[in-house]
Design a protein around this ligand. Structure first.
Ligand SMILES: *[C@@H]1O[C@H](CO)[C@@H](O)[C@H](O)[C@H]1NC(C)=O
Ligand SMILES: *[C@@H]1O[C@H](CO)[C@@H](O)[C@H](O)[C@H]1NC(C)=O
Length: 419
């Protein structure tokens, strides 16, 4: 275990030290032309930037920016209508999609038409908006702070508490204002559900802006998490926090071309290393052989990871150690300043009155069944749906072969009941 962690840290530092490579794209195309391993289409999808990727598939794409009260400039993406059906702009119900840890709005797009949720919703008649959390590739700008300043980590002083408490309300208000709607459907995956629970409990006035909340792989309580890497790291959260600030590291896993390069070299069809690559990418989320299709891995690696703060990880670690769902633990003195008490307050889930549909999986190592049941019991207005596949796992909510029939189809039927 320990050598593995040391290797990981070396890898992260090596990626950090590497400057972006201008000739990368040409070089990869040339390499691939010689080895001819992956189709031109997949290579192209891995290399295109997100707006061009969506336009390649003939979908409309808009990029919007909105500034939070504390100065973070967030990138919002929109696919206002479909390509094959519902292909005219018009007054459609809004679906707002929020991504999980380490990724970005791209997670709902990269699998392509016929599979990716953003396209499916557009074809089903929704006006699709995709949020991006502060600190990720699309939301790295700030009115005054600099994410790349290693001597001042102020930019990175946030966890998913701020993403839920500040970013989500800012983005939702912008979308409602822009579309002239009173309310929208919220869809979150993993941390995209955590941040919703933060918003709707700390700022309950936002519940009336939510027609329905569809929670894919819901994460709030993590008391039953049994990941071996986490159990090695979680006893040392405070030390890790101090170490990262001494090293001048506030953010982790920013988007880098080296991931695209590694994805194409080692994860594509025909590469002998493809199974190892699958195991590494899905190490934390678990992997379901029955639903796994490795062909698209180079495309996923071309668009993720997209960057997080150290505190996002520490906060999840606190959820595992404390066995509670509560605000960021700054340590005793700072807790008194921020919360007026020595320990962080719990998020009051009973204040969440919006209808929450929990779509959870039987084999999800990041949303264990006992933890989902506790969440269900404490929410103000919940329903729950177990995905009818015994091995369905965390990442399957995005990448499973049959995700449309197993999850998105039923979910969209629930959403349409409101119209
Ligand atoms: C936790 O994981 C270990 C192996 O990593 C396993 O032996 C044990 O049964 C697991 N415990 C639970 C409660 O799942
Ligand atoms: C895997 O994905 C590729 C690319 O989307 C697709 O062409 C192929 O049919 C899929 N394979 C299976 C077995 O589903």
């Amino acid at each position: 275990m320990l050598p593995g962690i040391v290797l990981w840290i070396c890898f992260v530092l090596a990626v950090e030290a590497r400057s972006p490579h201008a000739d990368l794209i040409e070089e990869l195309v040339r390499d691939n032309a010689f080895s001819n391993r992956i189709s031109d289409n997949i290579l192209e999808d891995a290399l295109l930037d997100l707006p061009d990727l969506v336009r390649k598939y003939k979908y409309p794409f808009e990029e919007h920016f909105v500034t939070t009260p504390d100065g973070y400039i967030l990138g919002l993406h929109r696919i206002p209508h479909g390509r094959d059906s519902n292909n005219k702009p018009g007054r459609k119900p809004v679906a707002f999609l929020m991504h999980g840890l380490l990724v970005s709005s791209a997670e709902y797009i990269t699998m392509g038409p016929g599979s990716a949720l953003a396209y499916t919703l557009a074809e089903e008649g929704f006006d699709v908006w995709l949020g991006n959390a502060r600190g990720n590739y699309f939301s790295r700008q700030h009115t005054t702070l600099n994410p790349d300043d290693r001597s001042d980590l102020t930019y990175w002083e946030f966890s998913w508490d701020e993403i839920g408490n500040i970013d989500l309300p800012t983005m939702i208000d912008y979308v409602l204002d822009f579309t002239g709607k009173p309310a929208l459907h919220y869809i979150g995956m993993s941390q995209g559900t955590t941040t919703f629970f933060v918003m709707a409990s700390l700022r309950p006035e936002y519940n009336k802006k939510i027609i329905s909340m569809q929670a894919l792989a819901p994460v709030a309580y993590m008391a039953h998490n049994n990941n071996s890497l986490f159990s090695v790291l979680t006893p040392h959260l405070r030390e890790l926090e101090i170490l990262s600030s001494v090293l001048g590291i506030g953010g982790l896993f920013p988007r880098r071309e080296i991931y695209t390069r590694l994805g194409i070299r080692f994860c594509s069809d025909g590469a002998a290393t493809q199974p190892i690559c699958s195991n590494l990418i899905f190490y934390l989320t678990g992997r379901n052989e029955d639903q796994h299709n490795a062909t698209m891995l180079p495309v996923l690696a071309g668009h993720a990871p997209a960057g997080i703060s150290v505190r996002q990880l520490i906060h999840f670690g606190q959820s595992i150690v404390d066995k509670e769902f509560r605000r960021y633990d700054h340590g005793l003195l700072r807790n008194i300043q921020v919360y007026g008490r020595t320990t962080p307050p719990s998020y009051d889930l009973s204040r969440i009155s919006a209808p929450v549909y929990l779509h959870y999986a039987p084999n999800d190592p990041l949303a264990e069944l006992e933890d989902v049941y506790r969440l269900y019991k404490e929410l103000g207005n919940p329903r729950r749906f177990l995905v009818p596949h015994p091995k369905f796992s965390h990442a399957d909510f995005l990448f499973a072969r049959d995700v449309n029939t197993l999850v998105y189809g039923p979910m969209i039927r629930f959403m349409k009941l409101y119209h």
